[in-house]
Design a protein around this ligand. Sequence first.
Ligand code: FMN
Length: 331
Amino acid sequence: MVRSLLANVWDGVNEMIDDTQHENLYGSYEWKHPTQVAGVPWKNPVATASGTFQYAAVRWFYDVSQLGAVTTKGVSPVPWEGNPGIRTAEGPSSNINAVGLQNPGVDHYLEDDLPKLKAINATVIANVAGHCDDDYVEVVSKLNDSPADMLEINVSCPNVSAGGMSVGTDPVALSRLITRLRKLTDKKMIVKLTPNVTDITVPARAAVESGADALSMINTLLGMRINIRTGEPIIDHVTGGVSGPAVLPMGLVAVWKTRSALPNTPIIGIGGIDSGEKALEYLYAGANAVEVGAAALFEPTAPLRVARELDELLDARPELADKLAKGETWR
Ligand SMILES: Cc1cc2nc3c(=O)[nH]c(=O)nc-3n(C[C@H](O)[C@H](O)[C@H](O)COP(=O)(O)O)c2cc1C
């Protein structure tokens, strides 16, 4: 009696689960629409965004080598502990973080994360962090002899007191840094820009004229929340960086304006992407590829799901797919 009751319940559950509605992200898949960023081939136009992906955790959920690229957490010359206290706060369609670029340092990265990702044949973008120009110089020099496929220079973090956003909002300081880094590496160098400026095309142009091969945008927007029980900021660092679905329009306008100003520069669009449709918006705005960030914090497989959804959407858009495959963009 109990057994037949359970069998009925199980049949009911199986009927409710409509397998056609759930993509099997674990099976093998032949990508139909590759792209290239600054001449580097990607299997598809979707990568993870730095700081929202950790191979040690995510490898249990899916084969990350299926992604267009994997962007790893910012690495600094020595281990950084990040900011103390409460570092994140949830918001409407967004979250705020002030992690402060916590990482185990470039030597650990070269011995651990990077070889593991290359062993499974992932295309790896190594994200570089620094508190001063010499920090960036040290990390880029070490990464130049590594198997990383591309470098992404983070001059846009709002959560560190020196380096980060203070470099990315000052075109003169940015030019000085990128000119120095260009001399140290032949690897394709992406400069990641902040939206916390009046006109993003000013640092964009400064980066490209100093030797950047590509740009990525946007990093997080400066923001804060207040705890109304205490009257004090929720985050101990007071301010943090806003990411998630709410920042999509700001990411799109950054890509759109930069594409108009720099028609030939490869651009990776970032901000608020949690579906193939939203990735497609960035491609129509003029991006060559995209990175998926905060969506992966609560849905680890989000980057791969977005890539699969986009692959299907591109089937019906052969003109766009053809341009991407050649390293060209929609506009
Ligand atoms: C928890 C967290 C950590 C992040 N760490 C980094 C980082 O180390 N380097 C970097 O360039 N960007 C970092 N970012 C910014 C993201 O890569 C991305 O640019 C931003 O979150 C916007 O995209 P999203 O709305 O898809 O999250 C971080 C974002 C979050 C939420």
